[in-house]
Design a protein around this ligand. Sequence first.
Ligand code: NAD
Ligand code: TYD
Length: 360
Amino acid sequence: MTAIDRARTILVTGGAGFIGSNFIRYVLTRTDFTGIVVNFDKLTYAGNPASLADIAERFGSRYVLERGDICDADQVHGVFAKHAPSLVVHFAAESHVDRSIHGPAAFIETNITGTFVMLEAVRQAWKDRSDVRFHHISTDEVYGSLGPTGQFHETTAYDPRSPYSASKASSDHLVRAYHHTYGLPVTVSNCSNNYGPFHFPEKLIPLVILNALEGKLLPVYGDGANVRDWLYVEDHCEAVWTILTSGRTGETYNIGGECEQRNIDVVTAICDILEELKPRQQGRYRDLIAYVRDRPGHDRRYAINCDKLKHELGWRPKHDFTDGLRQTVLWYLQNAEWVASVRSGEYRTWIERNYADRNS
Ligand code: NAD
Ligand code: TYD
């Protein structure tokens, strides 16, 4: 039996964020899972219940939102006592590299301490019920930065270079240590850059789409030649589901889009899609591109090798970048209300401060 066969309740941490909300939607609408999904989320600036409003309405008691902090052991144990989940999928994290440079403390707290608190709760639950499983969501950024050639494999030595990636690396080590030391049944996945609907507009792709629509500058860090490997978020969700249904306990799986793109090419591609879907009244979207001061310690290139997941478990990315990017731009054009709700409040303060710092 797989982790999913046994699971009657899945606890998803960070399910109100970008990937977590897409994952919950995927589980409830695209798989044969018949149990309950509990979304445990602190609802930080990056978490928005509106991302799952339709799911809450459609699935009633099969979808439960519990507001809480993964760093608070009492709250975490309370959720375990109330829902007795047999599978935990751990997305909750501080996720933005630029923020980690300005204020690393929250990254250490949530990504390291929060993961430790989750592991302790799972270990406790597992002592009573041997069917409990933990899946940890991580990033390719733990492997460091590549030159013009080469790829990250599951066996590549960790070399994190930002406070964000260092905190994720630390959490990955903790998860594996709990497997080796206590025998806790865990799996880990390290994924490349995601894009798609419900992406918080501090990250490159949604930021560029929305700035362009508002006639604001499109900030490209440094020379724009840094490379990221882009994966449509639904493909990531499917990969995680594949690992949950057929992955081997104790194993790590890389997930990637096999789609390396230079940042400047991503930005111009968005401009060209917008030019077609919503032509600019004066000038062209490309005129808004502005090369700005580089991110400190900016990793040059990421490229992930996901052969293990492809060959062992039969997963492969289904969306190509041209179609996925177009769908994403269309989604932002059609979801102005969601955009307005996530761009209010604390987010605005942050983005203004970040621009001021970068342009000074
Ligand atoms: P996100 O910032 O959009 O969402 C994070 C979610 O976690 C939010 O809903 C937030 O409210 C919640 N959260 C934050 N701190 C919390 C706490 N202390 N307790 C409970 N909830 C808390 O992030 P994302 O882009 O969806 O990333 C999700 C996961 O995937 C992260 O672990 C990230 O490291 C990983 N990842 C992201 C990418 C990417 O391209 N976005 C790529 C690879 C891996
Ligand atoms: P981002 O979306 O922040 O993801 P990550 O840092 O996790 O890869 O950034 C993607 C790439 O785009 C990264 O190389 C930094 C760059 N970037 C810009 O050039 N301009 C921007 O305004 C942002 C947010 C990112």
